[in-house]
Ligand binder design. Structure first.
Ligand SMILES: Nc1nc2c(ncn2[C@@H]2O[C@H](COP(=O)(O)OP(=O)(O)OP(=O)(O)O)[C@@H](O)[C@H]2O)c(=O)[nH]1
Length: 299
């Protein structure tokens, strides 16, 4: 139990924002204690809004992960990503603005500029494990404190779970009084079908390194969930024949590795054996086409 004076339940949406690669997905996963969002060494892996839900005796925390704010390419897909960030922020009850310990640049400032002044915002200084002299964090935090009237400033290490309880307490106090919106057993509102696509996407990005453009996407064409087996038929949509070759690899070896790793992750997550088929298809120009994006679930 907490030191709350009232007995009223609290529930609300917590948006996690920050420039790519500051550790937003890792933070959300550690806060809710389950692997829901996909993390990667490579920036910009998170395209969809993903919610992770954590419920205890007196509060329900609904976390919203956001895509990294992106300014580099100006196509429909990225305009869509930035719009998602703004929509996420305007509907949040609490915002976690995540920065990398000791690093604050233009990209961070661009994200801060998107955060509405009237939504309580906690500054989360992540990756403190990388800073040997912790005293160095004090002037850094003071500099950032001058930028905005933050509700709290909490240094954490998402990876080492350092100070996550403190962060959770700060969030709890800022949540509005509401009954729980979700059943306590819900971890995410995304279906297994969606998670299957996310897992495949993560493997593709890991195996193709930096070469494959972000414009490729994964569509689950068929998803059959039985008690003892799960069958997944997925299509990877790419823009060019050359991209298709990057994923398939020499004699199909890369695609085989991607499929095997994705299947193993799905089996771990779904708790049953998984039969997985992945096809790579060339679908030119889909990332520049708003209707195309909607068709693939980027509302
Ligand atoms: N040293 C250290 N590394 C961390 C910490 N938290 C996350 N990372 C690493 O930082 C990298 C990026 O983490 P993500 O969680 O994918 O970052 P993100 O902000 O969600 O990235 P996008 O989806 O690209 O916006 C990964 O290699 C993480 O392992 C931390 O507390 N300490």
């Amino acid at each position: 139990m907490t030191d709350q004076k009232d007995n009223h339940f609290r529930c609300g949406y917590i948006a996690i924002v920050g420039r790519p690669n500051v550790g937003k997905s890792t933070l959300m996963n550690e806060l809710i204690g389950a692997k829901v969002s996909i993390t990667s060494r490579k920036a910009q892996t998170t395209r969809h809004r993903i919610m992770g839900i954590q419920t205890d005796d007196d509060a329900q925390f609904i976390y919203i992960d956001t895509p990294g704010f992106q300014t580099r390419y100006n196509n429909a897909l990225n305009k869509n990503l930035n719009r998602t960030v703004r929509d996420t922020l305007s509907t949040a009850d609490v915002i976690l603005f995540v920065v990398d310990a000791g690093v604050y640049g233009q990209a961070d400032q661009q994200v801060l500029d998107l955060i509405p002044e009237n939504v309580p915002t906690i500054l989360v200084v992540n990756k403190t494990d990388k800073v040997k002299e912790k005293a160095e964090l004090i002037p850094f935090a003071e500099k950032l404190a001058a930028l905005r009237d933050f509700a709290a400033i909490v240094p954490v290490s998402a990876r080492q779970r350092f100070q996550l309880n403190r962060l959770e307490e700060e969030i709890r106090h800022l949540l509005p009084e509401n009954p729980p919106f979700f059943s306590p057993d819900d971890v995410t509102d995304r279906s297994e079908r969606f998670m299957a696509a996310e897992i495949i996407r993560e493997k593709i990005f890991r195996y193709t390194g930096d070469e494959l453009p972000y414009t490729s996407t994964v569509v689950i064409e068929q998803f059959e969930r039985k008690e003892k087996i799960c069958r997944v038929f997925a299509a990877v949509l790419v823009e060019r024949e050359a991209h298709k070759a990057m994923i398939i690899g020499h004699k199909g070896e890369k695609l085989k590795e991607i499929s095997t790793e994705a299947r193993l992750d799905m089996e771990k997550m779904f708790g049953v054996p998984v039969y997985l088929e992945i096809w790579v298809k060339v679908k030119s120009g889909w990332a520049d086409n708003e209707a195309g994006l909607r068709a693939y679930g980027y509302e």
